[in-house]
Design a protein around this ligand. Structure first.
Ligand code: NCD
Ligand code: ZN
Length: 347
């Protein structure tokens, strides 16, 4: 098979950032996705309906001409978020809300300090059928970073799902066999997103032969046995597992630093990266469900009408992307071969 035609995919977890970066990130995401769930971890975060509406307008202003790309907005939960905040956001067209445990990742210091603070908010979400998107890691200093997702599931997620059995919940960017097992065993209201980096790599790819800061993201890459479990979930055809890149750009100097930022900027070749791993696993026939159907179905949105065409072709991303002001981004997978290439969007 040298050509693939798929329903236009969506990205169910992306960081577009703000201001000058939007020109880069929105174009890169609109290149191969019809819609994207836009993460709210700006500085300051997107906490209210009005913030989300203003951010949405800034994103729309950066959508390339001729593209039908639609951003789907989210709110950042804090200890101060009330059920009324949720009701207002829902009425204003906000799609979902994001739970970051405070301190878990980039720009999460204003986030939720105790999940129990969120019970009234969760009740409202369940009532409205609005999804709760979860960064599933504990932040306790005594829990090893490689164990933080598994411990979060045991300590916080299982009780949360038991308490709110109808709440729509997406465990974002899963990285462990425990997360695959948890999502598989839960009801149809619990799903997960999978990133290209966690499918293509394991922690050796970050640490063997030198520290590779462009492969560092959170939750951190785990050992190979976990990578294999994620790959099997992705190609299983189980609609609970769908595409969410977690594309998260940081300037080159912020990544290549004594204290480098977490996040892989995968948007420039996102769909190709997924095609590559599905191809390697002999499962190209499972790509369309994962990339283009299951996420929309879970969110209760129509599947896209347009299609994309991918061709088998070996190519590479540029080593660096130049931004205004002489700043640079290093795209994820720069300098490594890609074996599929987007040929275009078909109406
Ligand atoms: C994300 C970011 O930079 O905003 N970083 C990351 O490593 N994934 C935050 C997040 O999704 O955890
Ligand atoms: Zn993210």
């Amino acid at each position: 098979m040298n050509e693939l035609v798929l329903t236009l995919p969506d990205d169910w977890h992306v960081h577009l950032r703000d201001a000058a970066l939007l020109h880069e990130t929105v174009a890169a995401t609109a290149r191969s996705f019809g819609r994207a769930i836009v993460m709210p971890n700006l500085v300051p975060p997107v906490r209210e309906a009005a913030d989300a509406q203003a951010y949405r307008q800034r994103i729309l202003a950066a959508v390339p001409k001729g593209s039908g790309f639609t951003p789907l907005m989210t709110l950042y939960l804090t200890d101060q978020t009330t059920p009324q905040t949720i009701r207002d956001a829902h009425a204003a067209g906000v799609t979902a809300v994001k739970l970051y445990p405070a301190g878990a990742t980039t720009h999460s210091d204003l986030a939720v300090t105790r999940i129990e603070h969120l019970w009234p908010v969760c009740e409202m979400l369940a009532e409205l059928g609005m999804p709760l998107l979860v960064h599933g890691e504990v932040t306790d200093g005594d829990i090893d970073i490689f164990d933080r997702e598994a411990v979060f599931i045991e300590r916080h997620l299982q009780p949360l799902v038991a308490r709110f059995p109808t709440l729509k919940l997406v465990l974002e960017h899963i990285t462990t066999a425990q997360a695959v097992a948890f999502v598989t065993a839960s009801g149809p209201n619990v799903a997960a997103t999978l990133t290209p980096q966690h499918l293509l790599m394991n922690r050796n790819d970050m640490l063997v032969g030198g520290i590779r800061p462009h492969n560092y993201c959170l939750p951190v890459l785990k050992r190979r046995t976990h990578q294999l479990a994620l790959q099997q979930a992705a190609i299983s055809g189980n609609p609970k597992f769908f595409l969410g890149t977690d594309s998260a750009p940081h300037l080159q100097e912020r990544k290549e630093s004594a204290c480098g930022c977490a996040g892989c900027y995968s948007a420039p070749a996102a769909i190709e990266l997924y095609a590559q791993i599905f191809d390697e696993l002999g499962a190209l026939d499972k790509l369309e469900g994962f990339a283009s159907h299951f996420g929309a179905d879970f969110y209760g949105l129509p599947r896209n009408q347009a299609r994309i065409r991918l061709c088998r072709e070996t190519w590479q991303l540029p080593e660096k992307l130049a931004l205004l002001g002489g700043r640079t981004l290093i795209p994820f997978w720069a300098g490594q071969p890609l074996h599929w290439r987007l040929a275009g969007i078909l109406p």
